[in-house]
Design a protein around this ligand. Structure first.
Ligand SMILES: [Zn+2]
Length: 173
């Protein structure tokens, strides 16, 4: 098995400091754990209900979810992750399913390739889920002003200083 790439936190230091005062977000090892977590997040297990949550895949390969208003670094207790983003839960045919998953996390800026870690964690839990990120985001750090940019429509230009952005993922420096 290929060991997934680890992503370290690249967001503002002030946010990471909040980890110290935040409750530890438990890992989800089973479907039962997941349903328990969703209940804690006040998900209503009824048709036409959906809930968007913040998630990370920890470096043991397990899912963690928290309220979408929480930062990924809080969800991960400040640690590295295999992936991070947002998940939408829904309820169909009397079962809980995942309707959508993204890799949108400016705290960790995970690459689309981190999908494999997400898929592996979800297969372990045994929950119905999409086949890929929708959308799959690309992040680049501006080498001139340091801004974290979310690439849209293949437009590799910094939103702040308008300098050209690198073609390769560059948060590992
Ligand atoms: Zn810039």
């Amino acid at each position: 098995m290929v060991v997934p790439k680890q992503y370290h936190y690249v967001g503002p230091v002030e946010i990471k400091q909040r980890v110290l005062n935040s409750a530890v977000c438990p890992s989800v090892y089973s479907k039962q754990d997941l349903l328990q977590r969703l209940r804690e997040l006040e998900f209503e297990f009824r048709p036409n209900q959906s809930l968007i949550v913040t998630y990370v895949i920890d470096t043991s390969g397990f899912l963690k979810i928290t309220d979408r208003h929480n930062e990924h670094v809080i969800c991960a207790s400040g640690h590295n992750v295999f992936s991070a983003g947002e998940m939408t839960f829904g309820y169909h045919k009397q079962d809980c399913v995942i309707e959508n998953i993204t890799n949108q996390s400016t705290g960790y800026c995970p690459e689309p390739e981190s999908w494999h870690a997400v898929q592996s964690a979800l297969n372990h839990i045994g929950i119905e889920h999409p086949e890929y990120f929708e959308p799959a985001f690309h992040f680049r750090r501006c080498t001139h002003c340091g801004q974290t940019n979310l690439i849209k429509d293949n437009w590799f230009v910094c939103a702040v200083c308008e300098n050209e952005l690198p073609k390769d993922w560059n948060f590992d420096k």
